[in-house]
Design a protein around this ligand. Sequence first.
Ligand code: KG4
Length: 336
Amino acid sequence: MKVLAIESSCDDTSAAVVVNGNKVLSNIVSGQDEIHNCFGGVVPELASRSHLKAVQPVVATALEKANVQLEEIDLIAATQGPGLSGSLLVGFSYAKALSQVTSIPFVGVDHMAGHILSILLEVQDVKFPFISLIASGGTTSIFYVENETTFTHIGRTRDDAAGEAFDKVAKVLGLPYPGGPHISKLAEKGNPKAIKFPRAWLDKDGFDFSFSGLKTSVLNHHNKLTQKAELTADESFDLCASFQDAVADVLVTKTIMAAKKFNMGSIVLGGGVSANGYLRNKFKEQCTVEKLKFLVPHPLLCTDNGAMIAVAGYHKYSQSGADTLDLDVYSRSQLG
Ligand code: KG4
């Protein structure tokens, strides 16, 4: 079955053609970083207007690169939510219109389900159930994943998402948006133990996260240093490395705690923050110690992309068939 999928939940317009939920024929991503860069974050109205311009050429390129005609597509999938409503509506309405004129079945797909299942694009024998950590700019959540369509949300951030914390700290340091990759690059030259930033463990046995206290602590530290003089290169390397270590520490510890509590043999990562090399290594090390299998997709499949929506759409359609075209988007997570 050939699935054409469209993703437009935030600031990336993406379309992909994927066969049988695992073979990627094309996965085109058109970003908007240069539009939002000077604002230090995504401006919703600019994002939706940019999706309007990009969606048609991105879909055409995905079909062309896959060497597939629209008539050969068996299913059209689009991100239904969570995300920015204006952005979601562009890709979602475009996909529904394509379905209407071609009579190809349509499914709306949860963005988080896409992130959770993106590992299926690379690893054929993923064993269910598993624990999944999804850490991105919009969310930081832990899921108990029973199978390809059944997910239970067991933990979530109570304030900022991990990626949002990376982006806000980057903004203070004058780094471009999105800040995660820039912080990670500077952190390579710093000492992760140089500054003892706080970790929010919240309830001892719970799986919720909080990153706003850490973010404030980094800002206070930065303000203290810059009262006397500009930050030196070494000071900013250490600040980035210590901040990154604090985020990774909480993400790794809580996810492993969840795997142990639910007696799971494996942990699967997804979402933009899981492209972070330091976090990936810390997970790898700790999972080896705890005898847990650790799986994370290629960094390009961690950030928003259409192929992950195609996988989730394929499984949703196989389980429950097509959606009707009166389906609406949602901005808050409805998974589990
Ligand atoms: O999953 P994603 O592409 O979009 C959302 O659904 O949010 O994630 C984007 C987020 C941004 O906050 C970005 O700063 C962060 O992922 N990110 C990273 C890295 N690459 C992207 N954070 C830390 N280290 C990275 N290498």
